[in-house]
Design a binder for this molecule. Structure first.
Ligand code: PCA
Length: 211
């Protein structure tokens, strides 16, 4: 089985991006799965082209996109992506869309088809904070999640894909919560294993949501 996993480059003058740190720390093989790691630039257009071309080429069973959510203190699988780019800061190419629909022929929202509640439960079981997030934002991460789901709905209905935001793992500002990189890497390995083994089924858990 083939799994594509992505992380983003640093943006907004930050020194690192934890999603990229996690990507580098993950193994190339996890149980029965070949893990194909792809860094993505924090740019609306380039990131989308890269990931959609890679999916077309590799035809993976599973796609997991990772991104940083500054200010969150837990590992947060996203419930859905919505059809709107609205950037508060320019991306790394200087592009700053305002209230721009992503796809005129796309759904208003696409939902993750990963077992996100099982992922949250299993991450909590190793003692790491985790909740489902009901908003992937309106910046590059939401855009990539939306475009991946759009592609799946149009061309690959059997493929599984989802997005997980992770907290900062480094900050000079003590008010921004951070999580140790080891915890983040372990949590994402658990998320991958859960997704690989459940593929379509999810479970019920108590208080799964962040907002
Ligand atoms: N986080 C940003 C873009 C890149 C990243 O890691 C976001 O949440 O949209």
């Amino acid at each position: 089985m083939k799994v594509i996993i992505t992380g983003f480059t640093p943006f907004n003058n930050q020194l690192n991006n934890p999603s990229l740190d996690i990507l580098h720390a993950l193994p190339d093989v996890l149980d029965c799965a070949e893990i194909i790691k792809q860094p993505l630039p924090t740019e609306f257009e380039k990131s989308t082209n890269l990931i959609t071309n890679l999916i077309d080429r590799v035809r993976p069973n599973l796609v997991l996109n990772l991104g940083q959510a500054n200010g969150r203190n837990g590992i947060t699988p996203e419930l859905a992506a919505f059809n709107m780019d609205d950037a508060q800061i320019p991306d790394n190419a200087g592009y700053q869309p305002e209230r721009r629909p992503i796809r005129s022929d796309g759904e208003e929202k696409y939902f993750s088809n990963l077992p996100i509640k099982a992922i949250v439960r299993n991450i909590r079981d190793i003692g790491v904070e985790s909740r489902i997030s009901t908003s992937a934002g309106s910046y590059v991460c939401n855009h990539v999640m939306y475009e991946v789901q759009y592609l799946l709905h149009k061309k690959y209905p059997d493929m599984k894909a989802g997005f997980i935001h992770v907290p900062s793992n480094y900050s000079e500002n003590y008010e921004i919560p951070t999580m140790a990189l080891d915890d983040e890497v372990n949590a994402i390995e658990i998320a991958l294993m859960t997704a690989i083994y459940h593929l379509s089924d999810d479970i019920a858990i108590e208080h799964p949501y962040e907002y």
